[in-house]
Design a protein around this ligand. Structure first.
Ligand SMILES: Cc1ncc(COP(=O)(O)O)c(C=O)c1O
Length: 439
């Protein structure tokens, strides 16, 4: 008889066996799930707010937030209620088969929160990478040009086009020929010696050496680089890019998949940089835990692709749209931005105190409450040891950065002061245990 993974996971267990429930799940995972998807140590049983419990009953504080999908914490009650209500009406229509209001309403709400003056339209899809692919398609259709400009340490996804746009070997090594006409320039990284001037000079060189700016469809930039190391782009760099786009008729694409939805204290990080983009890509938290992402942009650009040129079976699924509407309600509720801003200053002050006590911490940086610690050594060892030690202490943390040496903080913006304090204490203990205390 066939044995299903759930048999291995769910067979009744003795008290002794219970202690190893996580190991049982992980061994079934190893047997049945492709190894290319990285395996974390956590095996989840349930989650609520800023806390997650594993199958062995251990409680964790969640400062990883499903990689920026839980800005409102796990299972916010209004989002869960909206999902339940939609589940009882219809689960799926396919927007190309039956028009439904939740999709249109999400697009209207995205227009409401657009960071600028333009009249916008949107398309809804399933993932950040799919949204970036669509943004490039739209920019190409609107300009009649092919080239795409991206930056050092960018992360835009793992699909064929987006892995070419992403700047880290692990995401593309061995996966065949990369999409062509994707060009990379330097992005500012003051901590490692790359200034705004250096970055702009690199773009100028790119335009002289490799690609005529008149053949560039779009420039794509994360306003705070996420996977690349939580590096906020200086306002003067972003403003210079805006001028360069205007000068050459290039579409400015703002990738807010990780930095958006309140993560930096404002709905979109770019609001703090004094620039209105042409297209804005959102994802992650927008779906409240369900798969949803969007491209929003100036209506005339969004309407450039021909009828039938955009779409997808599940894009803008009605249940995900219902969740998104509740998420947008929460993110735009009075008091939300103020609380996120206070949380940002509190976290920054505490991280700076921690950095002062641990000499291997090189820099505290970020924008608003999107914050990280970069460790001095450009190798992943100390960051890995820190995240592992944090896990043992009951804190979920993620590393990031080209060198894997940045510890990023993605706690829910709704976490209590007590949860944040406790998480920071555990982080500091973990840094100490990992030998990152310089002592
Ligand atoms: C800035 C940015 N863009 C795009 C993506 C891709 O999103 P997804 O994993 O939903 O495809 C990510 C994912 O981490 C991201 O951080």
């Amino acid at each position: 008889m066939r044995r299903f993974a759930q048999d291995i996971i769910r067979t009744p267990m003795s008290v002794e066996e219970r202690a190893s429930a996580a190991e049982r799940v992980l061994s079934a995972r190893e047997r049945y799930v492709a190894r290319g998807v990285a395996t974390p140590a956590l095996v989840v049983e349930r989650a609520e707010g800023a806390r997650v419990w594993d199958v062995d009953g251990r409680e964790f504080l969640d400062f990883a937030g499903g990689i920026a999908c839980q800005n409102l914490g796990h299972g916010p009650s209004a989002v869960v209620a909206a999902i339940h209500a939609q589940v009882d009406r219809y689960l799926h229509q396919c927007f190309m088969v039956g028009t439904y209001e939740p999709y249109i309403e999400v697009c209207r709400r995205l227009d409401d929160v657009w960071p600028g003056e333009a009249e916008t339209k949107s398309i809804l899809v399933n993932s950040g990478a799919e949204a970036i692919e669509n943004a490039v398609k739209i920019a190409r259709a609107a300009t009649g040009r092919d080239a795409v400009v991206v930056f050092d340490r960018a992360f835009h996804g793992r699909t064929s086009l987006t892995m070419a746009m992403t700047a880290k070997l692990v995401y593309k090594q061995g996966f065949g020929p990369l999409a062509t006409d994707v060009h990379r320039a330097a992005a500012p990284y003051p901590y490692r010696g790359v200034s705004t001037e250096d970055a702009l000079e690199s773009l100028e060189l790119l335009f002289k050496q490799d690609v005529d700016p008149r053949s560039v469809a779009c420039i794509v930039l994360e306003p705070v680089q996420g996977e690349g190391g939580f590096i906020p782009m200086p306002p003067e760099f972003v403003q210079a890019l805006r001028r360069i786009c205007d000068e050459h008729g290039i579409v400015y694409v703002d990738d807010e998949v990780q930095s958006g939805c309140g993560r930096t204290g404002t709905m979109w990080a770019i609001e703090q940089l004094g620039v209105e983009p042409d297209l804005l890509v959102s994802g992650k938290t927008i779906g409240g835990g369900l798969p949803l992402a969007a491209v929003t942009g100036r209506a005339e650009l969004m309407d450039a692709p021909h009828v039938g040129g955009l779409g997808g079976t599940f894009g803008g699924n009605p249940v995900a749209c219902a969740a998104a509407l509740a998420v947008l309600d929460e993110l735009t509720a009075p008091g939300f931005a103020g609380r996120a801003e206070r949380l940002g200053s509190f976290l920054r002050t505490r991280l700076e105190e921690i950095a002062a006590r641990h000499t291997l911490v090189g820099e505290v940086r970020g924008l608003g409450p999107m914050l990280a610690l970069e460790l001095r050594e450009p190798t992943p060892d100390a960051a890995k040891a820190t995240t592992a030690a944090a896990f043992e202490k009951g804190l979920l943390l993620l590393a990031c950065g080209l060198y894997g040496n940045v510890i990023r903080l993605l706690p829910p913006l709704t976490a209590s002061d007590e949860e944040l304090e406790r998480g920071l204490s555990l982080l500091e203990e973990a840094l100490g245990d990992a030998g990152a205390d310089g002592g």
